[in-house]
Design a protein around this ligand. Structure first.
Ligand code: NDP
Length: 444
């Protein structure tokens, strides 16, 4: 059996009930076969893949908090510090009832290669909790965030591990966590990114993942002689990534006709009204039914369904495995030419394979959504030099980074005879950088 297949078997055996983690490992290892096979003896001797798929450290802790009625609750907190070969651990904190160790490990594993692709010195990590922020008051959110940080603060720091936002963790949660860290450690330092502008946050961080997704989508389309202007796009999600993806797509001249949340989805034939969407999701924290109430021309549907809508470009921006094989077939039948992932692993393995085999351009999240973490790294730089850069400066650096990422994944795919396979390109380009650093640092 090949070294890679052995490791995939081991991962499944040693980490039962973690299908998302298995999926992420399988996807990465499958596409670096060409490098591993060529160096098998050395990699086996150095247990390179074992070290790659086992986190350096994983922390699991109790998070007790008190609700507005005075009742105590207990959630589970996680931080997986996966790989620090190229820099301090960096990756978001997810607050969602679906969170478990397997989800955090899949996200942390992906983060290693994503962070390497940005070209910036950041290692891979991820964390979160099965706490559900939905329907909680500000006080309850604060109670949870303070308790979560009371434990997490022992393991993080500006030069060791720098968490950020993710699903369920936005500016409000980062603010409460930062306040608690500062209080407990007595340090005003860049220990979290996604901070508010008045206390060390970076301009354009809020927009970065969505904008970055569109910068790379535009680069991809231009490389294939397609102008994004005038194209129709469908987007899933209505959170941070989706909102700013829609905004930038519209600025580039595309028409975005859908968005969704965990209960339903919107089809707006006139194009999504971003200002309204921001008001509903960022200010009022309401459901998408409020969108329909304000835009009589729009349709609201319960459940899922955005991939049924005819489009040129599809941008999944909600959550993992939200675009299935049936969805991929429907996109193909509707003439879609490109799928670029805003969320982490939103396309199932079968759907990805189908898209690639049917000539639909496909960029995986670790490349197409790395604008968020790249801008987080720019926030870390600004914190270190105690300066704030202008929106334009950060945005233009972000654009440059995304264009570079596209060039690098495209070149890596070509170099190994897989031109146009951006999944392989992203995994290979990310892996090569981490591999060099791991080899240089000995068996650690
Ligand atoms: P948000 O919490 O801001 O938004 C998530 C959106 O997806 C919401 O509209 C939410 O619906 C919907 N959603 C969440 N879970 C589900 C589910 N199980 N089924 C259906 N819909 C769901 O998160 P982000 O926008 O920050 O993150 C979205 C994705 O992008 C995630 O995969 C995240 O890991 C990834 N990502 C985020 C980055 C960032 O900078 N924020 C960076 C890189 C990747 P509802 O409104 O009902 O909650």
């Amino acid at each position: 059996m090949s070294y890679i297949d052995e490791i995939i078997e081991q991962v499944i055996e040693k980490n039962p009930d973690e299908p998302e983690f298995h999926q992420a490992v399988r996807e990465v290892l499958d596409s670096i076969r060409v490098i591993v096979d060529a160096n098998e003896a050395q990699f086996r001797r150095d247990a390179l893949l074992e070290r790659l798929v086992n986190p350096e450290r994983q922390i699991k802790f109790r998070v007790p908090w008190i609700d507005d009625q005075g009742n105590a609750h207990v959630n589970t907190g996680y931080r997986v510090q996966f790989n620090s070969a190229i820099g301090p651990y960096k990756g978001g904190l997810r607050l969602h009832p679906s969170v478990n160790i397997g989800i955090i490990k899949f996200l942390g594993f992906e983060q290693i290669f994503k962070n390497a692709l940005t070209g910036l010195p950041i290692g891979g990590g991820k964390g979160g909790s099965d706490f559900d922020p939905k329907g909680k008051s500000d006080r309850e959110i604060m109670s949870f965030c303070q308790s979560f940080m009371s434990e997490l603060c022992k393991y993080i720091g500006a030069d060791t591990d720098v968490p950020a936002g993710d699903i369920g963790t936005g500016a409000r949660e980062i603010g409460y966590m930062f306040g608690q860290y500062k209080r407990l450690r007595g340090l005003f330092e860049g220990v979290l990114t996604g901070k508010g502008l008045s206390y060390g946050g970076s301009l354009a961080r809020t927009e970065a993942t969505g904008y970055g997704l569109l910068y790379i989508t535009d680069a991809l389309l231009r490389d294939h002689n397609v102008d994004i202007k005038g194209k129709t796009a469908v987007v899933s999600g209505a959170g941070n990534v989706a909102i700013y993806a829609i905004e930038k797509a519209q600025q580039l001249g595309a028409k975005v006709v859908t968005c969704s949340d965990s209960t339903g989805w919107i089809y707006d034939p006139d194009g999504i009204d971003v200002a309204l969407l921001k008001d509903i999701k960022e200010v009022r924290r309401a459901r998408l039914t409020a969108y329909k109430d304000a835009r009589p021309n729009a349709e609201y549907h319960e459940g899922r369904g955005v991939w049924q809508v005819k489009c040129d470009v599809a941008l999944p921006c909600a959550t993992q495995n939200e675009l299935t094989l049936d969805d991929a077939k429907q996109l193909k039948a509707n003439g879609c030419i490109a799928v670029c992932e805003g969320a982490n692993m939103p396309t199932t393995e079968e759907a990805t394979k189908f898209l690639q085999e049917n000539g639909i351009l496909f960029i995986p999240g670790k490349a197409s959504n790395c604008g968020g973490v790249a801008t987080s790294a720019l926030e870390m730089s600004q914190n270190s030099e105690r300066l704030s850069w202008s929106f334009e400066e950060v945005d233009s650096k972000l654009k440059g980074i995304m264009e570079n990422v596209y060039a690098n994944i495209s070149a890596a795919a070509k170099k190994y005879g897989m031109e146009g396979n951006y999944v392989a390109g992203a995994n290979i380009a990310g892996f090569e950088k981490v591999l060099n650093a791991m080899n240089a640092q000995g068996i650690v």
